[in-house]
Write a protein that binds this ligand. Structure first.
Ligand code: SF4
Ligand code: SF4
Length: 137
């Protein structure tokens, strides 16, 4: 096993490698769902309570509601310049985006995002592991 794979898999406990770069499309700043206690926020009253927990929530404005829940946009995103106006001081969740952890919480990659995730273990490796375990039992 190579060193990169070892670090990702056993130290960082990741299942995917992340490749690519931000294309500054702004999709992840202009269509946001908020997850709380394992479900998406569906009403504004519930969201108001979150605003006391982290300043990031105070940047968000409701723009829509769909089958997943409330849809927000961040008011720190400059639509014309296509930049985050607080880039240097943006919250940790934005610095780490897109990260595997938020996808485990139910987030979905924006279409045309410049990043992609590739499984650390190939299908062949997983298949061989499962087959070996079956033979042992
Ligand atoms: S959706 Fe992806 S490419 Fe677009 S701004 Fe966000 S991170 Fe960058
Ligand atoms: S703080 Fe900046 S990076 Fe984070 S969602 Fe808002 S505009 Fe995007």
């Amino acid at each position: 096993m190579d060193i990169k794979k070892f670090i990702y898999k056993y130290i960082l406990r990741r299942k995917y490698y992340r490749y690519g770069a931000c294309k500054r499309c702004g999709a992840c700043c202009t269509k946001i769902y908020v997850n709380s206690r394992k479900s998406m926020i569906r009403d504004e009253e519930e969201f108001e309570k979150l605003k006391h927990l982290h300043p990031f929530y105070t940047y968000l404005e409701v723009i829509d509601k769909d089958e997943n829940g409330l849809v927000f946009k961040c008011n720190k995103f400059d639509k014309e310049k296509r930049i985050c106006t607080i880039h240097k001081f943006r919250p940790g969740i934005c610095r780490r985006y897109p990260s595997e952890i938020i996808f485990k919480m139910g987030a979905v990659m924006a279409e045309n995002c410049g990043f992609k995730f590739v499984p650390i273990e190939s299908f062949k490796e997983v298949f061989e592991k499962v087959s070996k375990n079956k033979l042992k039992n």
